[in-house]
Ligand binder design. Structure first.
Ligand code: FAD
Length: 305
């Protein structure tokens, strides 16, 4: 448990409209279902509310943003400072002139794929299989089946740590594989995508194919964080992990998936430390057998328990 600073914050920003909660458990907000609380959880009710909060928050208080927690390990000691989660107020999806789709960053990727399909717009089918939200997709350059966020994004809106609202063109995002080059403190609030006119039945069929392929090849109903490590250039992480003999490897309540060995699982009673230690063990065994250093794709936040 952290010191409760919510009363102090409320005194500083009495006009705030969003919710401030002390020691909010984060485990239930992540796919892995592990980890400690956030010292403060803030759920702004609009972009202006978020900007106002950040302008008035003392600079020494750290800020971390989370989305739907599908690419996240929250460490067992929790996250000091403020954790921001965008919900209501960030959930609009609209179709705009010129085959464009605008989405708030609190919207799940799947809903954006569906809204585009219903408007006969192709180009966002790959979002059908990514279980995160648009904020996470912008930060991670989320992608699948040969397409990624970078290929569809026109621009993103965001708020910086000083509370300034900014627009970032696609090139400003400095995207590479599963990485956005903007500073970590930018909180994205909205994305604008370019679609192309297509046939809604064909787009729907492509989305169904994505669903089928996911169910066959990934443990999508498990407590997991998706792909744990980025694929090193010219290699597949799962093959390196398999070759290092790590398929099914277990530490505490955490296991390397038998179905897809770049996925780690919480079998039920895992701690964040079990999962992270398992990941580090896999990294060192892969290094020993192949000479290659795997890089974490999953983001780890907070402090050890
Ligand atoms: C079963 C499974 C399958 C998956 N398959 C894929 C796949 O095919 N392709 C793929 O790319 N990923 C995949 N993932 C990983 C994950 O879904 C993506 O990385 C997703 O984009 C993360 O979104 P999220 O909302 O869950 O973000 P979170 O996990 O909550 O956060 C991830 C990162 O995004 C940042 N972030 C979140 N919201 C914002 C915001 N509003 N502004 C700024 N930063 C923000 C966080 O700070 C953190 O650094 C999979 C995960 C699972 C569990």
């Amino acid at each position: 448990m952290f010191a409760d600073i919510v009363a102090d914050l409320k005194l500083r920003v009495p006009e705030l409209r969003g919710r401030l909660i002390a020691n909010q458990s984060l485990a239930e907000l992540t796919w892995f279902r592990v980890g400690g609380p956030s010292q403060v959880m803030f759920m702004p009710d609009s972009e202006d509310d978020l900007a106002f909060f950040l302008k008035n928050l003392p600079a020494e208080i750290p800020v971390t943003v989370i989305g739907l927690g599908s690419n996240l390990i929250v460490r067992d000691g929790g996250v000091p400072g403020v954790v921001i989660r965008l919900g209501r107020g960030f959930t609009d999806v609209t179709i705009e002139e010129g085959s464009r789709v605008r989405a708030g960053t609190g919207v799940p990727d799947v809903k954006v794929a569906r809204a585009a399909q219903e408007a006969s717009l192709d180009g966002l089918v790959f979002y059908r299989g990514i279980p995160g939200g648009i904020g996470g997709a912008l930060r991670m350059n989320g992608g699948a089946y040969g397409r990624e966020t970078k290929d569809a994004l026109i621009e993103a809106r965001g708020v910086d740590r000083q509370g300034n609202i900014r627009i970032y063109k696609n090139a400003d995002m400095h995207y590479t594989y599963r990485h956005c080059g903007l500073p970590d403190d930018i909180i994205f609030t909205q994305a604008l995508y370019q679609g192309t006119l297509g046939n809604p039945a064909e787009i729907a069929a492509a989305m169904d194919k994505v669903t089928e392929s996911r169910e066959a090849t990934q443990p999508i109903k498990s407590r997991t964080g998706g792909s744990t490590f980025k694929n090193p250039p010219g290699n597949k992480s799962w093959q390196l992990i398999d070759a290092a003999g790590c398929r099914g490897l277990q530490i505490g309540g955490a296991q390397v998936s038998e179905l897809h060995c770049n996925f780690l699982l919480n079998l039920g009673g895992a701690t964040a430390s079990d999962i992270e230690t398992l990941g580090e063990t896999v990294r060192s065994r892969v290094k020993a057998t192949s000479g290659i250093e795997l890089e974490w794709e999953i983001k780890r936040i907070g402090i050890a328990g």
